[in-house]
Design a binder for this molecule. Structure first.
Ligand SMILES: CC(=O)Nc1cnc2ccccc2c1
Length: 446
């Protein structure tokens, strides 16, 4: 290296080559638009949330699964006009394959179930916590990724599956300190819509599309809903009946209108009686306007909402008995839900339920002079071997600096490796909460 090539140079004065200036352009250190970094503090909150997702899944006997974030685009090509389709984060890869960043987990789960086929003994109770993506054209500043907790029961046609799934979400809320006065579940069944469409002999093929249009009932003017339904091929009379049925707020009323032979009524009545047995009756209410925005739901649908009415849906799910067969699999009944990582955090903030999570290290180990750095490493290794966390001071720092760092990392105790003590096989110990200081033999450290 020629002398003038001396760059910033390391602390030890070693010559590191100067950066080649023409290649240096300031890169944008922010993550891509709509995505998040998870620095330590945010990662602690995320880990805390995911810990509760996983604990509840364990309590319910569910097994964890995962899938690639990247899937064939074909998994999500549904012609029902869903928002998730418009916002698909899809592209052509270098092998000219049409691929997509998954916008949801359920299709991957269905794909894996079919792939595993007969080797699986039903019912399956699978859960996943995975990042999902969307690409919104006009970036309304909305996020393009979020993490979703999914729980799915595959192979159970009865409503007991949905009752179990709602129970798992109630269990999750309770663990976080959220009560039935903070949130609730609106519950309905798409068999209500199915009944009306059948009554007016609207073709089954329109079912998904009609559901997606109706799901927008609170988001766009009712006239637009009517126009969209009309252009989808639904008769005026059927449209009137659909809108009328959606406004029903009581199961008794629904039974009056649809009759007690209607499957939707039977399913919902069973669900509400099971809710009683699970002990979460005060968490759920019938609301015929709940449709959910995914085309593949076929029966019970539900969504978690905040009773303050300020936030978007917290979670949502339902029965999807046809999805596996549309992927070429057997007709296997299924139900599940998705629970995003965004709205729940807003709710916790609002309720003052965010946990105080700080870095916690048991020991900070420091050599009192450079010649003892090796000894300090030995002490750290002994403690770590005993399962104790150790922040080993890696440079020759003044004690003032060490105390400052000890406070920042919430260390319980400071282990000082000094010459005279070390000669006697001892180390200094300072309990940082009390300030109490003593010496201890190395092999008595625990
Ligand atoms: C509130 C929020 O962040 N929602 C959100 C964010 N990212 C997504 C990405 C894919 C699918 C749904 C998504 C939903």
């Amino acid at each position: 290296l020629t002398p003038n090539a001396v760059g910033s140079g390391g602390r030890s004065g070693a010559l590191s080559p100067a950066p080649i200036t023409e290649d240096l352009q300031k890169i944008d250190v922010n993550p891509p638009k709509g995505t998040r970094d998870f620095p330590p503090e945010d990662m602690r909150l995320r880990n805390w949330l995911f810990y509760h997702f996983r604990e509840v899944s364990r309590l319910f006997g569910f097994e964890e699964v995962d899938f690639p974030v990247l899937e064939s685009e074909a998994l999500y090509i549904r012609k029902a006009g869903e928002e998730i389709r418009d916002q698909l984060y899809c592209f052509e890869d270098r092998g000219n394959r049409r691929v997509a960043l998954r916008p949801e987990l359920t299709p991957s789960l269905a794909r894996l179930v079919i792939q595993k086929g007969k080797s699986l003994s039903l019912p399956l109770k699978w859960f996943a916590v995975g990042q999902c993506w969307r690409y919104e054209r006009m970036t309304r500043g909305r996020r393009r990724e979020h993490y979703q907790w999914n729980m799915d029961i595959i192979g159970v046609p009865e409503v007991t599956a949905e009752a179990e799934l709602i129970s798992s979400i109630v269990t999750f809320f309770k663990r976080l300190g959220i009560t039935a006065s903070d949130v609730g579940f609106k519950v309905s069944s798409r068999k209500v819509l199915q009944e009306v469409l059948r009554h007016y002999s609207i073709p089954e093929a329109l079912f998904g599309k009609v559901c997606i249009i109706i799901d927008k009932i609170e988001k766009i003017p009712v006239d637009d809903i009517k126009n969209e339904l009309k252009s989808a091929g639904v008769s005026e009379e059927a449209i009137e009946q659909l809108l009328q049925v959606l406004s029903i707020k009581s199961l008794t009323k629904l039974e009056e209108i649809l009759g007690d032979a209607c499957e939707a009524v039977a399913d919902l009545k069973q669900l509400f009686s099971l809710a009683e047995k699970f002990g979460y009756s005060e968490w759920i209410q019938f609301d015929a306007s709940i449709v959910r925005g995914l085309a593949y739901y076929t029966g019970i649908v539900f969504e978690g909402f905040d009773r303050g009415g300020k936030l978007r849906a917290i979670c949502g799910g339902g029965r999807y008995d046809r999805l596996l067969s549309t992927f070429g699999g057997d007709d296997i009944p299924a139900s599940g839900f998705g629970f995003g990582d965004a709205v729940i955090v807003e709710l916790l903030k609002e309720k003052g339920l965010l946990p105080e999570l700080s870095l916690q290290v048991e020991n900070i180990v420091c050599a009192l002079d450079p010649g003892l750095q090796g000894a300090a490493a030995t002490v750290a290794t002994i403690l770590r071997g005993k399962g104790q966390s150790v922040d080993l001071v890696l440079e020759n720092k003044p004690l003032k600096w060490v105390f400052k760092r000890a406070a920042r990392i919430n260390a319980n105790r400071l282990i000082l490796v000094g010459d005279s003590e070390w000669q006697r096989g001892m180390v200094g110990v300072k309990i940082l909460s009390s300030g109490e200081q003593h010496e201890i033999k190395l092999d008595e450290l625990e």
